[in-house]
Design a protein around this ligand. Structure first.
Ligand SMILES: [Ca+2]
Ligand SMILES: [Ca+2]
Length: 184
């Protein structure tokens, strides 16, 4: 029996990689854990593939390729930039490589004027942090270092997903500078 032409086409397209939606690490290599991952260095890829953002415009600065993600330029942040104008339902993907099994602490500089909202991190679809809520840091210009302890990770390459889950009273989640993974 001859395979249907449509099946052959499907196989060819998948083997060539053209039709398979995928993301690429921002630097060309997976971000290493332990290590520091800039929030603004999510994977390269299209909207709906590498990230999802609620409004089409980048409300902040043109820092990397044109994107819908809102990148804030701020001198107090690591690498001079961070994520801003975050909203529930938004997400970003980061290709990461965990070098060592272990229990990790994640340090995350955040800012919010008034109580912020909640996010979590997933590794290959598994929630590894549980809900992390951004507190009132007094001002959008004041970054405070959150420390989230007890994150168990195993060696390997993962797609890390930052998911904005719930807005605070102002509707947003808050500003996020980076994720620094330290082995406990
Ligand atoms: Ca946007
Ligand atoms: Ca940053």
């Amino acid at each position: 029996m001859k395979p249907a032409p449509v099946l052959i086409l499907f196989l060819l397209v998948n083997l060539s990689g053209i039709a398979v939606a995928e993301t690429k690490p921002f630097s060309g290599e997976p971000s290493r854990i332990p290590g520091l991952i800039e929030a603004e260095h999510w994977d390269k890829g299209e909207a709906g593939v590498a990230y999802s953002d609620t409004d089409e415009k980048n409300l902040g600065e043109d820092y990397r390729e044109p994107t819908q993600v809102d990148i804030e330029k701020r001198p107090d942040a690591s690498n001079g930039h961070g994520l801003g104008w975050t909203r529930p339902g938004e997400w970003l993907l980061y290709t990461v490589e965990v070098l060592e099994d272990g229990i990790y602490t994640i340090e995350i500089p955040v800012a919010s004027k008034g109580q912020g909202g909640t996010f979590h991190l997933k590794m290959d679809g598994k929630d590894v942090t549980g809900p992390i809520t951004i507190p009132d840091t007094g001002s959008w210009q004041t970054l405070v270092l959150l420390k989230h302890e007890g994150v168990e990770l195993r060696q390997g390459t993962y797609t890390m997903k930052l998911e904005m889950t719930e807005g605070g009273p102002g509707g947003g989640i808050g500003d996020i500078d980076y994720f620094k993974f330290l082995k406990s």
